[in-house]
Design a protein around this ligand. Structure first.
Ligand code: NAD
Length: 364
Protein backbone atom coordinates (compact mmCIF):
# COMPACT_ATOMS: atom_id res chain seq x y z
CA UNK A 1 0.00 0.00 0.00
CA UNK A 2 1.33 3.46 -0.89
CA UNK A 3 1.31 5.84 2.05
CA UNK A 4 0.30 9.50 1.94
CA UNK A 5 3.27 11.88 1.69
CA UNK A 6 3.49 14.96 3.91
CA UNK A 7 1.52 17.86 2.46
CA UNK A 8 0.22 21.33 3.29
CA UNK A 9 -2.90 23.22 2.18
CA UNK A 10 -4.13 26.74 2.77
CA UNK A 11 -7.78 27.73 2.99
CA UNK A 12 -8.61 31.40 3.41
CA UNK A 13 -11.99 32.19 4.97
CA UNK A 14 -14.19 31.89 1.92
CA UNK A 15 -17.90 31.85 1.33
CA UNK A 16 -19.07 30.24 -1.87
CA UNK A 17 -22.56 30.13 -3.34
CA UNK A 18 -23.13 27.91 -6.35
CA UNK A 19 -26.16 27.83 -8.58
CA UNK A 20 -28.43 30.58 -7.23
CA UNK A 21 -29.38 33.66 -9.29
CA UNK A 22 -26.25 35.80 -8.86
CA UNK A 23 -27.79 39.22 -8.24
CA UNK A 24 -29.96 37.86 -5.43
CA UNK A 25 -27.02 36.02 -3.89
CA UNK A 26 -24.80 39.14 -4.05
CA UNK A 27 -27.54 41.30 -2.50
CA UNK A 28 -27.99 38.75 0.29
CA UNK A 29 -24.25 38.61 0.98
CA UNK A 30 -23.98 42.41 1.10
CA UNK A 31 -26.86 42.54 3.53
CA UNK A 32 -25.40 39.79 5.73
CA UNK A 33 -22.07 41.62 5.81
CA UNK A 34 -23.79 44.99 6.42
CA UNK A 35 -22.16 46.56 3.37
CA UNK A 36 -24.06 49.27 1.53
CA UNK A 37 -21.57 51.00 -0.81
CA UNK A 38 -20.54 48.25 -3.20
CA UNK A 39 -18.98 49.06 -6.56
CA UNK A 40 -19.50 46.68 -9.48
CA UNK A 41 -16.40 46.22 -11.62
CA UNK A 42 -16.57 45.32 -15.31
CA UNK A 43 -14.91 45.83 -18.68
CA UNK A 44 -15.42 48.71 -21.13
CA UNK A 45 -16.81 46.22 -23.68
CA UNK A 46 -19.46 44.93 -21.24
CA UNK A 47 -20.12 48.15 -19.29
CA UNK A 48 -23.86 47.91 -19.98
CA UNK A 49 -23.99 44.37 -18.59
CA UNK A 50 -22.14 45.53 -15.45
CA UNK A 51 -24.60 48.41 -14.98
CA UNK A 52 -27.58 46.10 -15.52
CA UNK A 53 -26.17 43.65 -12.98
CA UNK A 54 -25.59 46.51 -10.51
CA UNK A 55 -29.21 47.61 -10.93
CA UNK A 56 -30.38 44.04 -10.32
CA UNK A 57 -28.36 43.78 -7.10
CA UNK A 58 -30.12 46.95 -5.95
CA UNK A 59 -29.62 49.75 -3.45
CA UNK A 60 -26.45 48.43 -1.85
CA UNK A 61 -24.53 49.22 -5.05
CA UNK A 62 -23.34 52.83 -5.45
CA UNK A 63 -21.76 52.66 -8.89
CA UNK A 64 -19.88 50.75 -11.58
CA UNK A 65 -16.28 51.05 -12.69
CA UNK A 66 -15.95 49.33 -16.06
CA UNK A 67 -12.26 49.73 -16.81
CA UNK A 68 -10.82 46.18 -16.53
CA UNK A 69 -8.38 45.10 -19.22
CA UNK A 70 -6.46 41.92 -19.98
CA UNK A 71 -3.37 41.19 -17.86
CA UNK A 72 -4.22 43.80 -15.20
CA UNK A 73 -2.10 46.78 -16.34
CA UNK A 74 -1.03 48.86 -13.32
CA UNK A 75 -2.09 52.16 -14.95
CA UNK A 76 -5.67 50.84 -15.34
CA UNK A 77 -5.71 49.81 -11.68
CA UNK A 78 -4.61 53.30 -10.65
CA UNK A 79 -7.39 54.96 -12.67
CA UNK A 80 -9.96 52.51 -11.24
CA UNK A 81 -8.64 53.15 -7.73
CA UNK A 82 -9.31 56.88 -8.11
CA UNK A 83 -12.91 56.16 -9.13
CA UNK A 84 -13.49 53.57 -6.37
CA UNK A 85 -12.17 55.96 -3.72
CA UNK A 86 -14.35 58.79 -5.10
CA UNK A 87 -17.39 56.52 -4.68
CA UNK A 88 -16.41 55.87 -1.04
CA UNK A 89 -16.85 52.12 -1.69
CA UNK A 90 -17.04 49.52 1.08
CA UNK A 91 -17.01 46.44 -1.20
CA UNK A 92 -15.99 45.37 -4.71
CA UNK A 93 -18.17 43.13 -6.87
CA UNK A 94 -16.12 41.75 -9.76
CA UNK A 95 -18.58 40.86 -12.49
CA UNK A 96 -16.78 39.29 -15.45
CA UNK A 97 -13.91 37.07 -16.52
CA UNK A 98 -10.39 36.83 -15.16
CA UNK A 99 -9.61 40.38 -16.29
CA UNK A 100 -12.30 41.82 -14.03
CA UNK A 101 -11.38 39.49 -11.16
CA UNK A 102 -7.78 40.66 -11.65
CA UNK A 103 -8.80 44.31 -11.35
CA UNK A 104 -10.79 43.50 -8.18
CA UNK A 105 -7.77 41.76 -6.69
CA UNK A 106 -5.42 44.60 -7.61
CA UNK A 107 -7.82 47.09 -5.95
CA UNK A 108 -8.22 44.88 -2.86
CA UNK A 109 -4.44 44.72 -2.54
CA UNK A 110 -4.36 48.52 -2.40
CA UNK A 111 -7.50 49.11 -0.28
CA UNK A 112 -8.24 45.85 1.58
CA UNK A 113 -11.89 46.21 0.48
CA UNK A 114 -14.00 43.06 0.65
CA UNK A 115 -14.41 41.34 -2.72
CA UNK A 116 -17.35 39.41 -4.09
CA UNK A 117 -16.40 37.64 -7.32
CA UNK A 118 -19.08 36.77 -9.86
CA UNK A 119 -17.15 34.94 -12.59
CA UNK A 120 -18.45 34.80 -16.15
CA UNK A 121 -15.65 32.72 -17.70
CA UNK A 122 -13.83 29.55 -16.64
CA UNK A 123 -10.50 31.26 -15.77
CA UNK A 124 -10.64 30.32 -12.06
CA UNK A 125 -8.84 33.39 -10.74
CA UNK A 126 -11.56 33.94 -8.13
CA UNK A 127 -10.40 30.90 -6.10
CA UNK A 128 -6.79 31.95 -5.80
CA UNK A 129 -4.74 34.42 -3.78
CA UNK A 130 -2.64 35.03 -6.89
CA UNK A 131 -2.50 38.32 -8.74
CA UNK A 132 -0.70 38.84 -12.04
CA UNK A 133 -0.05 42.49 -12.95
CA UNK A 134 1.57 44.03 -15.99
CA UNK A 135 3.89 47.00 -15.82
CA UNK A 136 6.28 48.24 -18.50
CA UNK A 137 5.68 45.14 -20.64
CA UNK A 138 6.40 42.60 -17.90
CA UNK A 139 3.85 40.46 -16.12
CA UNK A 140 4.72 39.65 -12.53
CA UNK A 141 2.77 37.47 -10.15
CA UNK A 142 2.34 37.80 -6.42
CA UNK A 143 0.57 35.60 -3.90
CA UNK A 144 -1.05 37.54 -1.07
CA UNK A 145 -4.04 36.59 1.11
CA UNK A 146 -5.43 40.13 0.67
CA UNK A 147 -6.23 39.47 -2.99
CA UNK A 148 -8.33 36.34 -2.39
CA UNK A 149 -12.02 37.26 -2.87
CA UNK A 150 -13.92 36.58 0.36
CA UNK A 151 -17.16 35.62 -1.43
CA UNK A 152 -17.65 33.81 -4.74
CA UNK A 153 -21.00 33.53 -6.48
CA UNK A 154 -21.23 31.02 -9.35
CA UNK A 155 -24.35 31.29 -11.46
CA UNK A 156 -24.38 29.13 -14.61
CA UNK A 157 -27.24 31.24 -16.03
CA UNK A 158 -24.77 34.11 -16.40
CA UNK A 159 -22.57 32.14 -18.79
CA UNK A 160 -25.13 30.63 -21.14
CA UNK A 161 -24.39 33.57 -23.46
CA UNK A 162 -20.60 33.25 -23.26
CA UNK A 163 -19.59 32.78 -26.93
CA UNK A 164 -18.51 29.22 -27.79
CA UNK A 165 -15.03 30.29 -28.88
CA UNK A 166 -14.39 32.05 -25.55
CA UNK A 167 -15.95 29.14 -23.63
CA UNK A 168 -13.59 26.69 -25.33
CA UNK A 169 -10.39 28.66 -24.82
CA UNK A 170 -11.34 29.62 -21.28
CA UNK A 171 -12.19 25.97 -20.54
CA UNK A 172 -8.77 24.92 -21.83
CA UNK A 173 -7.23 27.59 -19.59
CA UNK A 174 -8.93 25.90 -16.63
CA UNK A 175 -7.85 22.44 -17.77
CA UNK A 176 -4.26 23.69 -17.92
CA UNK A 177 -4.45 24.48 -14.18
CA UNK A 178 -5.53 20.89 -13.54
CA UNK A 179 -2.84 19.36 -15.75
CA UNK A 180 -0.02 21.30 -14.11
CA UNK A 181 -1.47 20.62 -10.65
CA UNK A 182 -1.22 16.89 -11.38
CA UNK A 183 2.55 17.06 -11.87
CA UNK A 184 3.21 19.90 -9.39
CA UNK A 185 6.13 19.35 -7.03
CA UNK A 186 3.89 20.15 -4.02
CA UNK A 187 0.87 18.14 -5.18
CA UNK A 188 -0.94 15.87 -2.75
CA UNK A 189 -3.69 13.25 -3.04
CA UNK A 190 -6.41 15.85 -2.43
CA UNK A 191 -5.22 18.32 -5.08
CA UNK A 192 -4.74 15.49 -7.60
CA UNK A 193 -8.24 14.17 -6.96
CA UNK A 194 -9.76 17.65 -7.35
CA UNK A 195 -7.64 18.36 -10.43
CA UNK A 196 -8.75 15.18 -12.19
CA UNK A 197 -12.38 15.83 -11.26
CA UNK A 198 -12.16 19.37 -12.69
CA UNK A 199 -10.36 18.13 -15.81
CA UNK A 200 -12.98 15.42 -16.33
CA UNK A 201 -15.91 17.85 -15.92
CA UNK A 202 -14.46 20.12 -18.61
CA UNK A 203 -13.41 17.27 -20.90
CA UNK A 204 -16.94 15.91 -20.96
CA UNK A 205 -18.75 19.25 -20.60
CA UNK A 206 -16.99 21.51 -23.11
CA UNK A 207 -18.08 19.54 -26.20
CA UNK A 208 -21.65 19.76 -24.88
CA UNK A 209 -21.27 23.53 -24.38
CA UNK A 210 -19.88 23.85 -27.91
CA UNK A 211 -22.86 21.92 -29.31
CA UNK A 212 -25.50 23.65 -27.18
CA UNK A 213 -24.13 26.81 -25.55
CA UNK A 214 -27.33 27.64 -23.65
CA UNK A 215 -27.61 24.20 -22.04
CA UNK A 216 -27.74 24.93 -18.32
CA UNK A 217 -26.65 21.44 -17.26
CA UNK A 218 -23.51 21.61 -19.42
CA UNK A 219 -22.82 25.15 -18.18
CA UNK A 220 -23.15 24.20 -14.52
CA UNK A 221 -20.96 21.09 -14.99
CA UNK A 222 -18.23 23.08 -16.73
CA UNK A 223 -18.47 25.94 -14.23
CA UNK A 224 -18.07 23.41 -11.41
CA UNK A 225 -15.07 21.93 -13.24
CA UNK A 226 -13.52 25.37 -13.64
CA UNK A 227 -14.01 26.03 -9.93
CA UNK A 228 -12.10 22.83 -9.06
CA UNK A 229 -9.34 23.69 -11.53
CA UNK A 230 -9.05 27.16 -9.98
CA UNK A 231 -8.98 25.64 -6.53
CA UNK A 232 -5.92 23.52 -7.32
CA UNK A 233 -4.26 26.45 -9.10
CA UNK A 234 -4.46 28.25 -5.77
CA UNK A 235 -3.00 25.32 -3.81
CA UNK A 236 0.06 24.09 -5.72
CA UNK A 237 2.78 25.53 -7.90
CA UNK A 238 2.44 25.81 -11.67
CA UNK A 239 5.23 24.93 -14.11
CA UNK A 240 6.42 25.48 -17.67
CA UNK A 241 2.99 25.84 -19.25
CA UNK A 242 1.96 28.74 -17.03
CA UNK A 243 5.38 30.36 -17.31
CA UNK A 244 5.16 30.35 -21.10
CA UNK A 245 1.63 31.74 -21.00
CA UNK A 246 2.66 34.54 -18.63
CA UNK A 247 5.59 35.46 -20.88
CA UNK A 248 3.46 35.45 -24.03
CA UNK A 249 0.58 37.31 -22.40
CA UNK A 250 2.54 39.86 -20.41
CA UNK A 251 5.33 40.70 -22.85
CA UNK A 252 3.57 40.31 -26.21
CA UNK A 253 0.05 41.29 -25.15
CA UNK A 254 -1.51 38.15 -26.60
CA UNK A 255 -4.96 37.04 -25.35
CA UNK A 256 -4.68 34.94 -22.18
CA UNK A 257 -7.07 32.03 -22.69
CA UNK A 258 -6.17 31.59 -26.36
CA UNK A 259 -2.48 31.29 -25.48
CA UNK A 260 -3.34 28.56 -22.97
CA UNK A 261 -5.31 26.71 -25.64
CA UNK A 262 -2.38 26.79 -28.08
CA UNK A 263 0.43 26.05 -25.61
CA UNK A 264 -1.11 23.29 -23.47
CA UNK A 265 -0.45 20.27 -25.76
CA UNK A 266 3.11 21.51 -26.38
CA UNK A 267 3.90 22.04 -22.69
CA UNK A 268 2.45 18.62 -21.87
CA UNK A 269 4.58 17.05 -24.63
CA UNK A 270 7.67 18.67 -23.05
CA UNK A 271 6.65 17.21 -19.66
CA UNK A 272 5.26 13.93 -20.99
CA UNK A 273 7.42 11.86 -18.61
CA UNK A 274 6.30 13.77 -15.51
CA UNK A 275 5.07 11.79 -12.54
CA UNK A 276 1.40 12.63 -11.98
CA UNK A 277 0.27 12.69 -15.61
CA UNK A 278 -0.78 9.05 -15.19
CA UNK A 279 -3.93 10.39 -13.52
CA UNK A 280 -5.03 11.60 -16.95
CA UNK A 281 -3.49 8.65 -18.83
CA UNK A 282 -5.51 6.21 -16.71
CA UNK A 283 -8.72 8.24 -16.85
CA UNK A 284 -10.14 6.43 -19.91
CA UNK A 285 -11.29 9.76 -21.31
CA UNK A 286 -9.65 9.16 -24.72
CA UNK A 287 -8.33 6.26 -26.84
CA UNK A 288 -5.33 4.37 -25.45
CA UNK A 289 -3.19 4.85 -28.54
CA UNK A 290 -2.88 8.60 -27.93
CA UNK A 291 -0.47 10.26 -25.53
CA UNK A 292 -1.84 12.92 -23.17
CA UNK A 293 -0.47 15.71 -25.36
CA UNK A 294 -1.85 14.18 -28.55
CA UNK A 295 -5.24 13.71 -26.89
CA UNK A 296 -5.23 17.33 -25.73
CA UNK A 297 -4.36 18.66 -29.16
CA UNK A 298 -7.08 16.56 -30.78
CA UNK A 299 -9.59 17.71 -28.13
CA UNK A 300 -8.70 21.36 -28.77
CA UNK A 301 -8.82 20.94 -32.55
CA UNK A 302 -12.21 19.20 -32.43
CA UNK A 303 -13.51 22.17 -30.44
CA UNK A 304 -12.06 24.55 -33.06
CA UNK A 305 -9.71 26.19 -30.56
CA UNK A 306 -6.86 28.27 -32.00
CA UNK A 307 -3.84 26.08 -32.78
CA UNK A 308 -1.11 28.60 -33.68
CA UNK A 309 0.45 31.61 -31.94
CA UNK A 310 0.78 33.33 -35.30
CA UNK A 311 -3.01 33.33 -35.58
CA UNK A 312 -3.12 35.22 -32.26
CA UNK A 313 -0.96 37.98 -33.73
CA UNK A 314 2.48 36.92 -32.51
CA UNK A 315 5.40 37.80 -34.77
CA UNK A 316 7.91 35.10 -35.67
CA UNK A 317 10.71 37.58 -34.92
CA UNK A 318 9.61 37.63 -31.25
CA UNK A 319 10.11 33.89 -30.66
CA UNK A 320 13.74 34.22 -29.59
CA UNK A 321 12.92 36.88 -27.02
CA UNK A 322 10.04 34.75 -25.75
CA UNK A 323 12.41 31.79 -25.28
CA UNK A 324 14.89 34.04 -23.44
CA UNK A 325 12.16 35.39 -21.15
CA UNK A 326 10.88 31.88 -20.44
CA UNK A 327 14.36 30.94 -19.16
CA UNK A 328 14.43 33.95 -16.79
CA UNK A 329 13.14 33.37 -13.25
CA UNK A 330 11.70 30.02 -14.33
CA UNK A 331 9.03 28.20 -12.34
CA UNK A 332 9.93 24.74 -11.06
CA UNK A 333 9.31 22.19 -13.82
CA UNK A 334 9.39 18.38 -13.73
CA UNK A 335 11.82 18.37 -16.66
CA UNK A 336 14.81 20.74 -16.59
CA UNK A 337 14.44 23.66 -18.99
CA UNK A 338 16.59 23.69 -22.10
CA UNK A 339 16.49 26.89 -24.11
CA UNK A 340 16.96 25.23 -27.50
CA UNK A 341 14.09 22.79 -26.86
CA UNK A 342 11.88 25.62 -25.59
CA UNK A 343 12.68 27.70 -28.66
CA UNK A 344 11.70 24.73 -30.80
CA UNK A 345 8.50 24.27 -28.77
CA UNK A 346 7.58 27.94 -29.26
CA UNK A 347 8.35 27.72 -32.99
CA UNK A 348 6.05 24.72 -33.33
CA UNK A 349 3.32 26.42 -31.31
CA UNK A 350 3.73 29.54 -33.45
CA UNK A 351 3.28 27.58 -36.66
CA UNK A 352 0.50 25.32 -35.35
CA UNK A 353 2.55 22.10 -35.75
CA UNK A 354 1.88 18.96 -33.67
CA UNK A 355 3.57 18.89 -30.24
CA UNK A 356 6.96 17.19 -30.03
CA UNK A 357 7.68 14.73 -27.24
CA UNK A 358 11.24 14.01 -26.08
CA UNK A 359 13.10 11.13 -27.79
CA UNK A 360 13.49 9.41 -24.42
CA UNK A 361 9.72 9.33 -23.93
CA UNK A 362 8.84 6.72 -21.34
CA UNK A 363 5.07 7.06 -21.05
CA UNK A 364 2.25 7.18 -23.56
P1 NAD B 1 -11.25 38.01 -19.82
O1 NAD B 1 -11.76 38.36 -18.48
O2 NAD B 1 -10.47 39.07 -20.55
O3 NAD B 1 -12.49 37.51 -20.68
C1 NAD B 1 -12.27 36.95 -21.96
C2 NAD B 1 -13.32 37.50 -22.93
O4 NAD B 1 -14.58 37.06 -22.53
C3 NAD B 1 -13.39 39.02 -22.97
O5 NAD B 1 -13.51 39.42 -24.31
C4 NAD B 1 -14.64 39.32 -22.20
O6 NAD B 1 -15.22 40.53 -22.60
C5 NAD B 1 -15.50 38.14 -22.56
N1 NAD B 1 -16.56 37.82 -21.62
C6 NAD B 1 -16.42 37.60 -20.29
N2 NAD B 1 -17.61 37.28 -19.77
C7 NAD B 1 -18.51 37.29 -20.78
C8 NAD B 1 -19.90 37.01 -20.86
N3 NAD B 1 -20.62 36.60 -19.81
N4 NAD B 1 -20.48 37.10 -22.08
C9 NAD B 1 -19.79 37.47 -23.17
N5 NAD B 1 -18.46 37.71 -23.14
C10 NAD B 1 -17.84 37.64 -21.97
O7 NAD B 1 -10.30 36.77 -19.81
P2 NAD B 1 -10.25 35.43 -18.95
O8 NAD B 1 -9.72 34.44 -19.87
O9 NAD B 1 -11.51 35.16 -18.22
O10 NAD B 1 -9.17 35.77 -17.84
C11 NAD B 1 -7.85 36.09 -18.21
C12 NAD B 1 -7.19 36.98 -17.18
O11 NAD B 1 -7.33 36.39 -15.90
C13 NAD B 1 -5.71 37.13 -17.43
O12 NAD B 1 -5.29 38.43 -17.07
C14 NAD B 1 -5.10 36.11 -16.50
O13 NAD B 1 -3.79 36.41 -16.13
C15 NAD B 1 -6.05 36.17 -15.35
N6 NAD B 1 -6.08 34.93 -14.56
C16 NAD B 1 -5.60 34.99 -13.30
C17 NAD B 1 -5.63 33.87 -12.50
C18 NAD B 1 -5.11 33.96 -11.09
O14 NAD B 1 -5.25 33.03 -10.31
N7 NAD B 1 -4.54 35.08 -10.70
C19 NAD B 1 -6.14 32.67 -12.99
C20 NAD B 1 -6.64 32.64 -14.29
C21 NAD B 1 -6.61 33.79 -15.09
Amino acid sequence: MTGIPAFALRFAPLRLRFGEPAALAVAAELEALDLSRAVVLGTPGHADAARAFAAEVGARVVGTVALARMHTPVEVTEEALTQVLALDADALVSFGGGSVTGLGKALALRTDLLQIAVPTTYAGSEVTAILGQTEAGLKTTITDPRVQPEVIVYDPRLITGLPVQISVTSGLNAMAHAVEALYARDRNPLTSTLALEGFRALWTGLPQVAAKPADLAARSATQYGAFLCGLVLGQVGMSLHHKLCHVLGGSFDLPHAEIHAVILPHAVAYNINAEGLEWIRDSQLYPDNLSVSEALQRFARDLKAPMALRDLGMKEADLDRAADLAMQTPYWNPRPLERSVLRDLLGRAWAGLPPKEPPEKRHG
